[in-house]
Design a protein around this ligand. Sequence first.
Ligand code: AGP
Length: 615
Amino acid sequence: MCGIVGYIGHRDAYPIIIKGLERLEYRGYDSAGVVLFDGEDSHIAKTKGKVEDLKQKSELTIPLRGKLGLGHTRWATHGIPNDINSHPHYSNSGDLVIIHNGIIENYASIKKELIKRGYSFESDTDTEVLINLIEEVKKKEGVKLGKAVQIALNQVVGAYAIAVFDKNKPDEIVVARLGSPLAIGIGENEYFIASDASPFIEYTNNAIYLEDEEMAIVRIGKEIKMRKIKDDAIAYPNILELQMNLEEIEKGGYDHFMLKEIYEQPRAILDTYRGRLRSDQGIIKMDGIDQNLEKIMNANRIIIVACGTSWHAGLVAEYIFEDLARIPVEVEYASEFRYRNPVITDKDVLIAISQSGETADTLAAIKLAKERGAFVFGVCNVVGSSIARETHAGAYTHAGPEIGVASTKAFTTQITVLTLIALKLAKEKGMLSKSKFHEYLTELEGVPAKVEKSLESNELVEQIAEVYKDAENCLYLGRGYNFPVALEGALKLKEISYIHAEGYPAAEMKHGPIALIDEQMPVVVIATRKGHYEKVVSNIQEIKSRSGKIIAVVTEGDKTVKELADHVVEVPEISESLTPLLTTIPLQLLSYHIAVMRGCNVDQPRNLAKSVTVE
Ligand code: AGP
């Protein structure tokens, strides 16, 4: 879960590396480093802290010259975040330099062996072990860097995206991947290396995404040479033309990426169904579903695997799939599913949901389900990501880059895609009349405008945030479709404001959580008019009689809850199954404002990273 970036070509590498690291900081931000080769020698600057700290340190300590450079932003796995454990790492001779995203699981035994052979280690990292293993292989076998990397990688167990160069041969960088993403941007007589395409998008739209177990040698003035790490077979580069643009990955006038992404939701949802939802023809067109319709429609059950916010979107989907398409659904944490020997047959369909498409547990769950014969469908945002490539078929969410660590537009666009799939299956299975299906399509087309309307609550929500910003705990309650929204609201608050928060199905309150309620406890209740409304109103009464503070999300025009709650935020009227797309908006805004008021780092909360590529 680190970010790596590299450059070799005719431009100054330093600004490209620094800008690239800033864009990749979402992947990890506890330390950062850069190495530059200035034509004669290489110079490293590295530091605990953010890329901003690295900028200050490198400007003071190293010459910022050079047309070859590597940079790294870290999320610590082996060794605490400090200057020494930051990347890049030199080999013992000082000739080889490496940056690494991933984990070398058998590093301890390799390290022991290398120590016996006279190697010493400065850091506690697995990465320093890897670069010395490469150096040992290079010396012992008398091979070039590329070959040494390949032999060494065949001895390690774990995951990696690496970039390595030898300062005695500064016209090439060797890169390799297994389990962690790595893209190569191809410019005019220059190459870019990065964990995703954002660091090089203003220079080139042409990129290669390495597949697992592939490596490449990028050499100035030469075509890229690619190989399979295991058997040395030639691999053929698949050059893609990227659609991403620079504006999409910059803040565009907002204080934080999270706020920008919250406000992007009307557009993102529209992009998700654009071209798929054709209400004029009364159809939903999704290639990944159309081509596998029989298999998915006749599935014994659908198993949804995901983590975090994506798992919450899966829970919403469970309601909608069962409700509309009448297909049994199980929703599993990918991290549990992969290790619990699940019963899977070839009649099962597994849907994997992931914004990044790189989450290690979700990827492992997919591999397990495939081995056991299930058909696997991916719902991802990042185009060309590992999960998108590992699944049999899939649908992109088209949310655009999500940089804020707290997922917002990923959640609503995942629900949109899953709703489209559920509606399509329901129609194909004859569970929905033509007119009801058409009603849903028209309603879905109205969602972006209703999300826009829900965003108008921003000022009110900010005032509510002011009242509760110092709370120590918070409870979120919802029923039916809005139970997962309660979970998601609680996750948002805890991850960015560090306030302890719990989400519960409202009716579960009386089985325990009600004991927590006193006049200090804010309780966020989703009480929209459709779906168990009266029952939720009773739950609100129960909170009120125990002096809890009630923040209610209600349907426009609601009068009953208004009389009971301390604060009321309205969202437009909509079918029950679509309410999560609206009710989640004030909850995102509430956590955002509270985090800002508490002085928290909204886009990069402590201990977290955007894409969790370690288990
Ligand atoms: C949510 O705000 C978090 N960023 C986190 O829970 C996230 O949803 C989870 O790590 C899964 O990520 P993915 O969607 O990229 O697989």
